[in-house]
Design a binder for this molecule. Structure first.
Ligand code: NAP
Length: 221
């Protein structure tokens, strides 16, 4: 499966790109500038030179032509970025991982974006796409380190059965991640906002923790 990542040149997109490529997926790292995406891919390949990673750097439009597309831009660019490539996204599963956060003093605080969550705003911008939300709580640092094993739950939301199923399938391809179906896109407001809590915990304790639900052992999504 070919995965495209819009805004794939930042810490979150790069981390997801290498992790998915390490799981034998073809990944297109998207950017507003093709050269920037290509530089990022070059550095990722150099960093992981002992591994065979199918990574390509391209403009966001090319990334949007993949089978499944992830939106990994800052929150305030997510809906507009998706809208720019709406034709490529029609009928596709589009996974939003963006969180609306703002630095206030020493803390990151959750914002309430238009439509209540970034994922809902992305769905509004590309109504013909099957938008899902996932990966909000996975710190880029751990995700990017292929020598580090993962151990986390990924809450997945979507208003579309196909969007939910394809996103769960994607998450479950990554060893150490368990997908948990977490309802409709309306739940993304709480999921995205909780990222602020997690980031502040991680900053205060100098860790890169994520979440694991208890009482869920043995259950699949
Ligand atoms: N960092 C984490 O640990 C983490 C974990 C989970 C989720 N997230 C979420 O993932 C998203 C990306 O995080 P990040 O830390 O990678 O962010 P970032 O570095 O600030 O941005 C990612 C990329 O988005 C592009 N971009 C920047 N501003 C843009 C705009 N206004 N419109 C369109 N594209 C823009 C840039 O790529 P080009 O200049 O190459 O186009 C940039 O490299 C955020 O919403 C964040 O909340 C982050």
């Amino acid at each position: 499966m070919r995965i495209g990542i819009l805004g794939g040149t930042g810490p979150a997109g790069k981390a997801l790109a290498v992790r998915l490529a390490a799981c034998e997926m073809e990944v297109v790292v998207g950017s507003r500038q093709e050269e920037r995406a290509q530089e990022v891919v070059k550095s990722l390949k150099e960093r992981w030179s002992g591994r065979t990673l199918s990574l390509e750097g391209a403009e966001n439009t090319v990334a949007a032509a993949a089978d499944l597309v992830v939106v990994a831009t800052p929150w305030d660019g997510a809906a507009a970025t998706a809208a720019l490539v709406h034709e490529e996204l029609t009928g596709k599963v589009v996974v939003s991982m963006a969180n609306a956060l703002s630095k206030v003093g020493d803390e990151l605080q959750a914002l309430v974006p238009p439509r209540g969550s970034v994922g809902a705003a992305v769905q509004m911008a590309v109504p013909e796409a099957l938008v899902a939300g996932a990966f909000h709580h996975i710190p880029a640092r751990g995700l990017a380190n292929l020598d580090e094993s993962l151990d986390a739950d990924v809450l997945v939301c979507s208003d579309h059965a196909e969007g939910m199923a394809a996103t769960i399938e994607l998450v479950e391809k990554v060893p150490g991640l368990r997908a948990v179906a977490a309802g409709s896109l309306s739940n993304l407001a709480a999921i995205e906002a909780f990222t602020a809590v997690l980031v502040n915990i991680n900053l205060a304790h100098r860790v890169h923790s994520s979440i694991r639900l208890t009482g869920f052992e043995g259950h699949r999504s």
